[in-house]
Design a binder for this molecule. Structure first.
Ligand SMILES: [Zn+2]
Length: 81
């Protein structure tokens, strides 16, 4: 059995034997879900960031269309016509 890979705050490695699948002992199994939660938090932040960019990409043409409706076409278009 390999040793548990958990490193204590004091800097020494856990002396317990690791469980086959996780490389951590029974006491430190609960560390893994916390790390997964942290990953999910990052994924949420990235997802929100992408959603915000998509929202802006949607809104910019709408803003330009509304501005053309209320302010009129840009000056260059008036010169051409
Ligand atoms: Zn351990």
């Amino acid at each position: 059995m390999p040793r548990c890979l958990h490193i204590h705050d004091a800097g020494f490695q856990c002396v317990s034997e690791a469980v086959d699948t996780t490389e951590l002992c029974d006491d430190h199994q609960k560390v893994v879900p916390f790390e997964l939660l942290a990953e999910t938090g990052w994924q949420k932040i990235i997802f929100r960031f992408v959603a915000l960019i998509l929202l802006i990409m949607f809104l910019v043409p709408i803003v330009y269309t509304l501005r053309n409706l209320f302010v009129g076409p840009p000056p260059r278009a008036q010169e051409a016509g």
